[in-house]
Structures are given as structure tokens and as C-alpha cells.
Design a protein around this ligand. Structure first.
Ligand code: ADP
Length: 203
């Protein structure tokens, strides 16, 4: 949980349901956006410590041609085919991700954060947030959006199968944003929610 009277809202949903789109809309209402995937990509995977651990566990095969940076596609291919490998990577990254967030919250005060976390409920992170929001869309639309973004159908199906059904995430969330219409439809819902959420929370 954050400190300094920040409001910390966790945003989740399925892959391609519109989390990033919704998070970007929240920034228009003064929210500070944090993105778990981005921290993993830009802060954690490039760190010396994580690279050393990943090299020791998986070898050069998950690194780029110069054996310097972790190749996310290669690492992804390994972990999505092997639950033990996935668990290991999560145990490596998750505590570091949480520590990263905690540092950001501690340096802020009276801020509203919108934190994108794809596997918020799967990883039982709800207690880290004052409120949770699930972005939902129908599954055909979800697969189509992912395909348009270059994620092959088979890969998308495989990854979606590892997630809780979107309907279940919506049941668990405090608020639901329905993203099966236009961008404007989503924008209106985000505005309404941003207006209703308190300015900050006492921790
Ligand atoms: P997520 O972050 O959940 O994976 P994104 O926000 O990246 O999903 O959305 C997936 C894709 O669908 C993106 O290309 C995005 O621009 C598009 N998209 C999201 N919401 C809408 C919408 N309401 N109308 C049209 N395209 C949308």
C-alpha cells in the first residue's frame, strides 16, 4: 500500500481488452500512470542483477545476438511453454516490481496513481490497491485487436488460456469499464469513474 495519502488504483483486464488505452485516458484526469510491463521491460530486465540471474537459469538462448540484453520474445517463448520457468521468472521479478512501485509511492504525496497490472487477480495483488478496475471486452474483439497488433492467433489463445476469464476478473473488481464500443464510449466511462474516485486515500 502506498503512503503519503496517495490513491492507488489497480487497472486490469485481458490482453487486448484496452488497459493501456484506459490508463492513458486516466492521465487526462491527473492520474499518474504506472505500467507493470513497462517497468519489467525498461527497468528490471535490463538490470545487471536480473540479467545475471536469467543467464544463469536459462543460458544465452534467451539473450540477444550480442548476449547483452534479454530478448523478451525468446524468454517469453520459454516461459509460456514451461510453468516452472514462468514461476521462477515471476519470483525473480515480482518482489523487484513491488519495491519499485513502493519507492514511487513513497516519493509522492496526494497523488492519484493508475497502475496497469495484467495479472492483478491471478497474482492476488488486490490488497496492494485502494480500488481495482477491470477493462472488459468481448473475446472475439479481444483476439481481433491482438491480431491487428501483430500477436498471432495461436499465441494469443495460448496466453489468454493462462489468464482468469475476463468475466471472473470483472466480478472481482470494484469497477468495470466496458470497452466493446467506440473510444468515446470508453472515454466517457473513464471520466465518470475519475470524477467519482476520491482525491486520495488515508493509508
Ligand atoms: P491492453 O493494454 O489491454 O492489451 P490496448 O489498450 O493496448 O489493450 O488495446 C488493444 C488494441 O485495441 C490497441 O491497438 C488499441 O488501440 C485498440 N483499442 C482499444 N480500445 C479500443 C476502442 N474502444 N476502439 C477501437 N480500438 C481500441
Amino acid at each position: 500500500m502506498g503512503t503519503g495519502g496517495n490513491l492507488i488504483v489497480g487497472l486490469t483486464g485481458g490482453m487486448g481488452s484496452g488497459k493501456s488505452t484506459a490508463a492513458a485516458l486516466f492521465t487526462g484526469h491527473g492520474f499518474v500512470r504506472l505500467d507493470a510491463d513497462q517497468v519489467v521491460r525498461e527497468v528490471l530486465l535490463p538490470s545487471e542483477e536480473v540479467r545475471a540471474a536469467v543467464r544463469a537459469r536459462f543460458g544465452r538462448g534467451v539473450f540477444d545476438a550480442r548476449d547483452e540484453q534479454i530478448d523478451r520474445a525468446r524468454l517469453g517463448a520459454v516461459v509460456f511453454a514451461d510453468d516452472a520457468a514462468l514461476g521462477w521468472v515471476e519470483e525473480l521479478l515480482h518482489p523487484r516490481l513491488h519495491a519499485h512501485w513502493e519507492r514511487i509511492y513513497a516519493a509522492a504525496s496526494g497523488e492519484r496513481f493508475i497502475v496497469e497490472v495484467p495479472l492483478l487477480f491471478e497474482k492476488h495483488l488486490e490488497n496492494r490497491f485502494d480500488f481495482t478496475v477491470c477493462v472488459t471486452t468481448d473475446s472475439a474483439l479481444q483476439l481481433r485487436r491482438l491480431e491487428q497488433r501483430g500477436v498471432p492467433f495461436g499465441i494469443a489463445r495460448q496466453r489468454l488460456a493462462k489468464q482468469l476469464p475476463l468475466a471472473r476478473k470483472c466480478e472481482l473488481a470494484d469497477f468495470v469499464l466496458l470497452n466493446d464500443g467506440t473510444l468515446e464510449f470508453l472515454r466517457e466511462q473513464v471520466s465518470e469513474l475519475a470524477r467519482r474516485l476520491p482525491p486520495f486515500h488515508n493509508h
